[in-house]
Design a protein around this ligand. Structure first.
Ligand SMILES: *Cc1c(COP(=O)(O)O)cnc(C)c1O
Length: 453
């Protein structure tokens, strides 16, 4: 069986909240003074209905019927089996993947974008601001805002803005406005431009600009929206893993031995893996692997610390694995994996010993992506190639061990808007790159005096 479909009526009707099931509760966000944050401090940034989800410890949260109706536009997403890749690798392993590339913008990101847009609209908000790295999130939120009827303004990391001009066109098609970040539209953007006119930008800088934009709107009808990292985003994405479980059960497949997702801010990984982490907490034997670039090794080399979510320091301090909020990653092509921090829930799962993070070099990832395209046929996003590289590695290991393992990974998006990176790889222009130890040390100096965990 190559693909397993779920009918609309069998789509999950609740999201799963991993915060309810940890043995030790995750640390809450705090201010620089070390005091816990009260929800009202977030009220100017996010609508209260989403803040309630952010701090909730309820295990299951109902998905409103109107949101289900919106999700039906592309969900349930198929679970597929990579039989041609299996054949090519001559592995006894079975490789399944959730195909999140079939949403209108082409990634998993609309799973939360439409939800956030809907709750903001419900709360009386008229405009959302946000940042985008590779452009996937900006597209997802533009699409979502066009569906529910909100204005949308996007700060796009300069390097991606230049590398991927057609992403801006996509955002414009859905009615969104897209600026290169750092921009002249905010005081923080102007400050950075003055200090470093040639900066490639970073997600941290773009987040700061988008938050400043929302906070300085005197009408009070603008809020900020984040595409990853936060608890409520992880929550909305769990529909991926919940569907996958139903689909595996439908074909009588056992619980997977290995679950894999690439991790930038952590949302597509969390979406697939959190329902399986729940099983693992309850005794199931599963190896769960978030994968990241060696150029931005947040989980594999970044310490678990309190740090800002953005560069300007406008967010609360989050307990997470971090490379330091001033970190400006090398301009690798997996733009969505270039964030300095990692979702607090994913970071906490690492400290609880539930995950085995791994990092992969971009050259190895593009090799894996080509193997994929030449067997399975589709062209994956550069981010997704980090999950595929790991799935291939695990399938080869299963072959050496002669074990019929079940591997499940998240196919987070297609790469049809990211062909420049492929072209460079095919021309032999991409080099192996791993973050130098001195750069990491230097970047971490900025958080040396922050409250300790
Ligand atoms: C944004 C993006 C990612 C990384 O973001 P996460 O929040 O870690 O999921 C991965 N894959 C694709 C296709 C993306 O667009």
């Amino acid at each position: 069986m190559n693909k397993i479909y779920l009918s609309e009526k069998d789509m999950p009707r609740q999201w799963y909240n991993l915060a309810a099931d940890f043995k030790n509760p995750p640390r809450l966000p705090i201010g620089l003074d070390g005091n816990p944050l009260t929800p009202d401090k977030l009220e100017r940034i996010f609508p209260m209905n989403l803040i309630e989800q952010e701090v909730s410890t309820k295990r299951w949260i109902d998905i409103p019927q109107e949101i289900l109706s919106i999700l039906y536009r592309w969900r349930p997403a198929p679970l597929r089996r990579a039989v041609y890749l299996e054949e090519h690798l001559k592995t006894p392993a079975k490789i399944y993947y959730k195909d999140e590339s079939l949403s209108p913008p082409g990634s998993h990101k609309p799973n939360t974008a439409v939800v956030q847009a809907w709750y903001n609209k419900k709360f009386g908000i008229e405009k959302l601001t946000t940042e985008t790295g590779a452009g996937q999130w900006g597209c997802a939120l533009s699409f979502a805002c066009s569906i529910v009827g909100l204005e949308c303004k996007i700060y796009m990391v300069r390097i991606s803005f230049d590398q991927k001009p057609l992403r801006k066109s996509m955002m414009n098609i859905w009615g969104g406005q897209c600026l290169a970040s750092p921009s002249k539209a905010t005081s923080f953007g102007r400050k950075i431009l003055k200090e470093q006119p040639d900066t490639p930008g970073s997600l941290g800088i773009a987040i700061s600009e988008a938050i400043e934009d929302a906070l300085t709107d005197s009408s009070g009808k603008t809020r900020y929206s984040l595409g990853s990292v936060l608890n409520h985003v992880m929550l909305h994405q769990t529909i991926i893993g919940l569907e996958a479980k139903k689909q595996l059960a439908l074909i009588g497949e056992k619980t997977p031995d290995i679950v894999i997702g690439c991790a930038g801010g952590g949302s597509n990984f969390a979406g697939l893996s959190f329902p399986f982490i729940c099983d693992k907490i309850n005794g199931a034997k599963i190896t769960i692997i978030p994968t990241e670039p060696t150029a931005c090794p947040t989980l594999t080399r970044g310490p678990f610390r309190y740090d800002f979510g953005d560069t300007a320091g406008q967010t609360p301090l989050l307990a997470m694995h971090t490379l330091g909020h001033n970190f400006v990653p090398a301009p690798i092509h997996a733009g969505g994996l270039r964030y300095h921090g990692m979702a607090p829930l994913v970071s906490h799962a690492v400290t609880e010993g539930l995950l085995q993070p791994r990092s992969y070099d971009q050259v190895k990832c593009y090799q894996a992506a080509l193997t994929w395209s030449r067997t399975e046929g589709t062209i994956c996003a550069p981010e997704t190639s980090h999950a595929i590289a790991c799935a291939i590695e695990e399938a080869q290991k299963a072959k050496r061990e002669g074990k019929e393992k079940v591997i499940l990974f998240n196919y987070s998006g297609h790469g049809l808007m990211d062909l420049l990176g492929y072209e460079k790889f095919l021309n032999g222009e991409l080099k192996e790159y791993s973050l130098p130890e001195e750069d990491l040390k230097k970047s971490l100096e900025a958080i040396a005096d922050f409250p300790k965990l």
